[in-house]
Design a protein. Sequence first.
Length: 363
Amino acid sequence: MDDARGRAAVPEAVARYRPVVYLHRAEGYLPSDPARFLKDAFLGWSISGREEDVETVADPVDAATLLSAEHRWKGRTHRGRDFTRPYGERAWRAVDLLGQDGVGFCLARRNEPSSLDGKGNFDGAPVLYEYVERAYVTYWFFYDWSTLPLLGSLSPDRLETRGVPELDPEVELKNDVPVELWEAFPGLVETYADEEAATRGAVGTRGFGDSFEAMKRFFQRLRERRPKRFPVAHEADWERISVRLDADEKMVQAAYYQHNGAPELLGPAGLGERPVVYVAKGSHASYPNDDLGHGRRKLVKAAEVFGDGIHWDVAEDQLVDATKAPWYGFGGAWGRPGPDSNQTGPLGPSPYKPPAPFRAPLA
């Protein structure tokens, strides 16, 4: 990371419990550096939640002045340190932004990152941390892109430029349709299949085949009928795990963050010397193991695919204090806006994003 201030001496507990990470062997977007993202980004102001409605505020982005950057909207001046993420929590949004969910600051890349297809390394990719002595340490991982396997890359907006991608060989099919779609949208796939068969004049034929228009129509229907459950895909991704510390700075619990729910807690019986993180393919959600049993397959809707093909033993010199980064506290979205919160870049480490689920230090 470019900010030398973040390279200060790492607290002993932070170094001792640095995670051991496993990523899927075919992961498309490996851990990256937020500083590198900023170098290829501009600061924008979203006025609608649509990519084409982003006004440029600063280009290039200066990390040192990001928090003080200003934009005037409907008679009020907003700064980078204010909570303005489009679709963000209402309790923190300014009065003039209430009821305008797609409005706010965003950091958007000029160029879409290239997929690494699980190859390469992450030299220079930091693991950022937030640490409170005798309470917790949270480890943050940054990625250039987040998507569920297959699903996210098929949204109508991106089909226009990418076309119909080849099916991931690991995706299980049912009547030529990914099983995860049948599970995530019960009833809708059947309805689509019948409608599409009628459209193509092929009664009894189901599935997408190789039809671009058929694929596009299906995802348009998903967005129209189940907008809040549309598959997740967004630019930039912040993921984390948290370790709870006792009065002696010993790890007694670990929290694994996924999406749309409380983190999964582990410990103390399930903890080893260091927390182990299994990263879901595409979405980068964190799990304590790669076991899809015990009801977890239903939880992840068959879209969170694990694998131990890439082993990342985080080194001590990759640990960086997030609170000392010049961009810490940015209240907008890391990534472009989308039609809803799930397709908009996330909020990064800041006072607006509680770093740990533990209420208070242990006695």
